[in-house]
Design a binder for this molecule. Structure first.
Ligand code: DX5
Ligand code: ZN
Length: 220
């Protein structure tokens, strides 16, 4: 059964604290926070001070998805803001091994994200250094984009490599996730479904989260 991480990028930014509380009360497993710098991706979103002010609104683990260049300059601030899992991109300019060690050194879980055009093999050398693998199913930058199904085989390939290494890291998938695409992702082995639009714009958030959590569980 996959876990569900609502992405607050699709929430109402004029009342983010309430939105985080709403997702928590609707049964979310994590809160996924999209951090964009206007350079690694074209959009600008949330910084550590915002994460800090959202922190009291939920006891759920916060995933900070850093879509930024030189994440090593900011991981400390995100750790201090109350993020529990800090994800950096394999494509970002940085000393990746060092950044991952830095995140763990701050007592946080380290996540590694890979964009749709990047081969999944690029994360293989780091599988022992991470606590979460994020497979992007859209090109990052904006919510509400269509799911790119070509990325699905990456999940199985990563899991095979983990098995070979004797390491087991949960796989999160992010971008264009709804019950249909979530079903495909869960069947392909995704452990966590990050979803913005399909959760925050749903008429009934609890139903939307429950439906995502049920993905991949039917026998047919
Ligand atoms: C994309 C972000 C995603 C996005 C998902 O750049 O990393 O987390 O918010 O939003 P939806 O579910 O609307 O594609
Ligand atoms: Zn994200």
């Amino acid at each position: 059964m996959p876990l569900v991480a609502p992405s607050i990028l699709a929430a109402d930014f004029s009342k983010l604290g309430d939105e985080v509380r709403r997702a928590t009360e609707a049964g979310a497993d994590y809160i996924h926070v999209d951090v964009m710098d206007g350079f690694f991706v074209p959009n600008i979103t949330i910084g550590p001070s915002m994460v800090k002010s959202l922190r009291p609104h939920s006891k759920l683990p916060f995933i900070a998805h850093l879509m930024i260049t030189h994440p090593e300059r900011h991981v400390k601030a995100f750790a201090e803001s109350g993020s529990d899992i800090i994800e950096v991109h394999v494509e970002a300019e940085q000393e990746l091994g060092e950044t991952l060690r830095m995140i763990r050194g701050l007592g946080k879980k380290a996540g590694l994200a890979v964009n749709p055009p990047t081969p999944v093999q690029s994360v293989f050398p780091f599988l022992r250094d991470i606590d979460l693998l994020l497979i992007m199913s859209v090109n990052p930058g904006f919510g509400g984009q269509s799911f790119i199904s070509d990325v699905l085989p990456k999940i199985g390939l990563a899991k095979l490599e983990m098995e070979r290494l004797g390491s087991k890291v949960p796989v999160e998938i992010d971008g264009g996730i709804n019950t249909e695409t979530g079903e495909l992702a869960a069947r392909a082995g995704a452990d966590i479904l990050a979803a913005g639009t399909s959760v925050f714009k749903a008429p009934d958030m609890r139903k939307a989260i429950d439906a995502l959590r049920a993905c991949g569980t039917s026998k047919d």
